[in-house]
Design a protein around this ligand. Sequence first.
Ligand code: ZN
Length: 396
Amino acid sequence: MSRSRTYRYLLQPTSRQRTGLERMCLSQCELYNAALEERRGAWAWERRSVSYVDQCRTLTETREVRPDLFKCGVTVCRGTLKRLEWAFAAFYRRCHSGETPGYPRFKAASRFDSVQWEDTKGWGLDTDNKRLRLHGIGHVKLRMHRPLRGTPKAITVSRQGKRWWVSIRCADVPAQPLPATGHSVGIDLGVCALVATSDGELVSEGRFAKRGRNRLAGAQRALSTKRRGSMHRRRACEAVGRAHRKVANQRKDLAHQLSRQLVNDHDLIVVEDLRVAQMSRRPKPRPNGKGGFDSNGARAKAGLNRSIADAGWGMLRSMLVYKAEDGGRELIAVDPRHTSLRCASCGHTESENRLSQAVFRCRGCGHRDHADVNAARNILRAGRAQRASARAGLGN
Ligand SMILES: [Zn+2]
């Protein structure tokens, strides 16, 4: 099986290369909009649909008329046409599934922030000297903070604020199996903590995240007081962008560290099956016997849902998936229903078991635990059972 991975590195262009990159984005934006115009026009006037292949064929003619668009080679132009093709593919897919998506739109030059090379022509990677050669731009310095593995197949160069990045897609990435540890872990998406493990560990988002969010809120407030079109507004806009990226980076760092630690320390990792989790997450109403209702924690759950989005549980999960695959670890997703109400010690399941968001006390055996840790233990147990039955099924 061929594994593929994407590696992202910071580019450190000279000021001349920076200008080149900006021009390249401008010209590719122009090409994108022209290609979109062609598709729209052909359909509006002739009821004829134009494909990616058709547009690639006419590139040769375009080249004679507008050689300036081809300064960085033809591969990057094909990449731009491919991007338009994806936009249309997504549009048609959503049409077929009965949604009403917006027709692909023209892009503003200020927002056209990435270009791609879909094959290995027009660029080259010199890992020894840490340089990325881009046709028409030059040899751009690369900060290779981690080694690249596998065979580079395609790249995307993108701009984020004032920084330029390259994402290198590699195929045939060799696996790096990790030594067995003899440990297993269940992970619960906590109500109180971000993540609780069956080992009793609770992971919170950390104080930096809070500071980052406060900074973001401050930057947004500052932006709201600035006059449209003013220089102050532009600066405030940039500050909001920086604060956003900072918060996102902190979350990503936390997810990387956590997933790495979990994969390194455990042979078997059990997580909640998210499709089921989303359905079971709304708390039941709690009548108080006097015609009214007690608090069912819905507000706390709303907060929880927000923090799920904040914490990037999906991101953590996808990191777990690829790191587990790389390290030869087993990752199982289980149905999370009842895991928060079941006693991990005796199996007694009752909604009264959960005293509050944080405290679990079994009404059957009196077992007391942190509610999220109790749930994580149940998840681990369910994962082990699922694995055992799968193995028994294979044996027959
Ligand atoms: Zn019990």
